[in-house]
Design a protein around this ligand. Structure first.
Ligand SMILES: C[S@@+](CC[C@H](N)C(=O)[O-])C[C@H]1O[C@@H](n2cnc3c(N)ncnc32)[C@H](O)[C@@H]1O
Length: 317
């Protein structure tokens, strides 16, 4: 079911209420040794015991054992972030925490899958996806646990953001999603429309050199601008041909049939591919119709083994 988010709101820090918060573990279950902070109907994975103490709870006195059934009755939410993440961040999770640390108010995460972003607990987060919960659970990505998949409340493509009122959100997050969109600049323009002045767009993008996309050429700015100004299904099909020739190669004889079939089924490929430098160049070349952004910041991957880089755009106010 999709929802229209109507009322623009002022960012507000709403602290969690300890009286309505429980720290739960269900050892003999799919959740194993994981510990969750459960509040406002959502469960948030605790990444360290010290984080619990930072929030005013006692370890291990406040930890209660429960059943898988009770834990499942809380909807998945993002992990509990550090309230004061250090700079420079040591790894991808620390970088994500740092990026989200000063968010407030109400936001939307698009394409959270089973790894929602570590957003401060005082924020209200809505989830969106192009696929319904039933579709997401029918075909989980490799390694995704169904019980960790968020339930999307807003069903939309990122490059349209249907069902969300103009200037109604304080932040919008898309982590490993923009590469799946047919129209990345259109996605940035759609984000600009739904953000209130001063609102933030946080993007995490896979670095093509560190993924199965490494043999593909970087998508050119001219191509991205063409997708924005003159969307074209034939050009979309060409992405499938490139994907099955260079990213997940199939034998030459099966290439056209594979590309056509997956195109018809709208199988989620990486349409476009970037390095940190080429993404920053695209942001520097955004047309006026993609919105007036007060600041645009990017950062390369951090830590050993990172396959992603980061962008933060703040809407002019
Ligand atoms: C690769 S997963 C990323 C999951 C998670 N954010 C992470 O980083 O592990 C991509 C998610 O975005 C959704 N998605 C893909 N293309 C999309 C689009 N054009 N619009 C909205 N959601 C999309 C997918 O259904 C999926 O849930």
């Amino acid at each position: 079911m999709s929802t229209t988010i109507a009322a623009p709101c002022q960012p507000a820090a709403v602290p969690i209420d300890p009286a309505e918060t429980v720290i739960l573990q269900a050892r003999d279950s799919v959740f194993g040794d994981q510990v969750f902070l459960c509040t406002r109907g959502r469960r948030h994975l605790l990444l360290s015991a010290s984080r619990l103490e930072e929030l005013g709870f006692r370890w291990p006195d406040d930890l209660e054992q429960t059943s898988e059934r009770i834990l499942r009755s809380f909807r998945p939410g993002g992990p509990v972030p550090s309230p004061a993440p250090a700079w420079p961040p040591a790894d991808s999770m620390a970088m994500r925490e740092w990026l989200a640390a000063d968010l407030a108010g109400t936001g939307l995460e698009i394409g959270a899958g089973a790894s929602p972003f570590p957003v401060p607990l005082h924020c209200r987060v809505l989830y969106g996806d192009r696929l319904s919960y039933e579709q997401l659970t029918a075909e989980p990505y490799p390694g995704q646990r169904i019980c960790d998949l968020v339930v999307p409340e807003v069903l939309t493509e990122f490059d349209e953001i249907r069902g969300v009122a103009d200037e109604s959100l304080d932040f919008l997050i898309a982590c490993h999603v923009i590469e799946h969109t047919r129209n990345p600049i259109g996605s940035i323009a759609a984000a600009w429309r739904v953000l209130r002045p001063g609102g933030r767009l946080l993007l995490v993008i896979p670095d093509k050199e560190k993924t199965f996309d490494r043999e593909r050429p970087v998508t050119t700015i001219a191509h991205l601008l063409e997708d924005f100004h003159a969307p074209d299904r034939q050009r979309d099909l060409d992405h499938y041909r490139e994907f099955y020739r260079l990213a997940l190669p199939v034998p030459e004889a099966a290439l056209e049939e594979t590309a056509q079939r997956n195109f018809a089924e709208e199988y989620a490929i990486h349409y476009h591919v970037w390095t940190h430098e080429s993404f920053a160049a695209m942001l520097a070349a955004l047309p006026a119709a993609a919105g007036d952004w007060q600041s645009i910041w990017t950062h390369p991957g951090v830590g050993d083994g990172s396959n992603e880089f980061y962008a933060r755009l703040v809407k002019a106010g």
